[in-house]
Ligand binder design. Structure first.
Ligand SMILES: Nc1ncnc2c1ncn2[C@@H]1O[C@H](COP(=O)(O)OP(=O)(O)OP(=O)(O)O)[C@@H](O)[C@H]1O
Length: 372
């Protein structure tokens, strides 16, 4: 598909980024470890992780703003490791908009184009295209001080896209905005990225933002990319305790792997035996952890009430139940620890102090190595 905003009409394959074995040390401390990553052309890829995990460092390395220790960066098959930032054909958007205060919206958008000697009707045409793409036409003669934070960020986005970069790098661009505006502008960024057919690499520590925006995401911890996949894939099949916990609430149970069947891997949790998602590399007899999201679990008053397709995992006591509109959030406990279950709001609200049986949909729980 091509659009008036496309990077190069008819060529939607621009912007593949390959990070190959990149390591980075700051003052003798390794902050990025032999990192490999391929971001496909036209993809919206998010680097998600807690503060200090190395997201910004990796983004700045792709941008050419940091001298790193080893490894290489390629864009569209060409090694750019030694190429200065301005020759990499990338656009940036940061948390602080960094607009020129004395220039209007149009002039801010035109700035980089003028530096590249774009002039006359060609310049006016491109600025108009960007004003249309970012829906800033009505504000084109205003100065940044006369704009809201969200509008300023759209100008920054437009300015970054004006030169048709191969790759757009965004570092927490919604960080300074309130929650409502974050959602609205997040959708706008996604629309603009798709219409302009630009590869986007986006840094955030907010998992909701990552889910909404990304085609795929990489979850980072302590200088490693721990898992890469589509948001739903990473949420429902985390490969470690860290990823499971970072991407939302989860319940964990100490377990022992018993064996493998076509349908999944059988595990023992206390007195119960149940089938989790297949993990063929887990040896029978290994100690492991079973992880299930709050919405994968049902509650019944006794074993006879476990719904079909579900398997019991624990006898527990309800400690708290709260109505949340769309769901009922129930906290439970047994001698091993506490749990969280989200029930459909049409179900009865359990009484604190009452006994319950937790059951998990067969084959849906994930087995994690216990070292995580
Ligand atoms: N210029 C620098 N000199 C020394 N250490 C640095 C430098 N820049 C970053 N670091 C360290 O490198 C690690 C990774 O930092 P980075 O900014 O990439 O993390 P991040 O995941 O983007 O975090 P945040 O979400 O807080 O921005 C941190 O431990 C940080 O303190």
């Amino acid at each position: 598909m091509s659009s008036p905003h496309a990077s190069t009409p008819g060529d939607s394959k621009r912007g593949e980024v390959i990070v190959d074995q990149v390591s980075c040390d700051f003052s003798g401390t390794r902050v990025l470890h032999e990192t490999d990553l391929t971001v496909q052309a036209g993809e919206f890829f998010t680097l998600l992780g807690p503060s200090g995990s190395g997201k910004t460092t990796l983004l700045r390395i792709i941008a050419g703003l940091i001298d790193f220790t080893s490894g290489s960066i390629a864009i569209d098959g060409a090694d750019v490791t030694k190429l200065p930032t301005q020759k990499r054909d990338i656009g940036f958007v940061f948390q602080n908009y960094a607009l020129f205060p004395h220039l209007t919206v149009s002039q801010n958008i035109a700035f980089g184009l003028k530096l590249r000697k774009v002039r006359g009707p060609q310049l006016a045409k491109r600025v108009d295209e960007i004003l249309e793409l970012t829906e800033l036409g009505a504000l084109k003669d205003r100065h940044p001080a006369q704009l809201s934070g969200g509008q300023q960020q759209r100008v920054a986005l437009g300015r970054a896209l004006a030169q048709r970069p191969r790759v757009l790098l965004l570092d927490e661009p919604l960080g300074a905005l309130d929650r409502r505006l974050r959602q609205d502008l997040g959708s706008e960024i996604r629309r603009i990225q798709q219409e302009s057919e630009t590869t986007a690499i986006y840094v955030t520590h907010d998992q909701e933002e990552a889910y909404i925006l990304s085609d795929r995401m990489g979850v980072m911890e302590a200088g490693f990319i721990r898992q890469v996949g589509a948001p739903r894939e990473v949420y429902s099949a985390p490969n470690s305790g860290f990823v499971a916990n970072f991407l939302g609430e989860t319940n964990t149970f100490p377990a022992e792997a018993l064996g493998h069947a076509a349908a999944g891997t059988t595990v023992r949790v206390g007195e119960f035996t149940l089938t989790a998602a297949a993990l063929p590399q887990m040896k029978a007899g290994s100690v492991c952890t079973l992880s299930a999201r709050p919405e994968q679990i049902r509650l019944s008053t006794d074993l006879a009430g476990v719904p079909s397709g579900f398997e019991p995992v624990a006898h527990v006591t309800v400690t708290e139940a709260r109505f949340f509109g769309q769901s009922i959030r129930v906290r439970l406990a047994d001698a091993r620890g506490s749990y969280l279950v989200d029930l459909d709001s049409s179900e009865p609200i359990p009484e604190p102090g009452s006994p319950a049986v937790m059951s998990i949909r067969s084959h849906s729980a994930v087995i994690l190595p216990t070292s995580n």
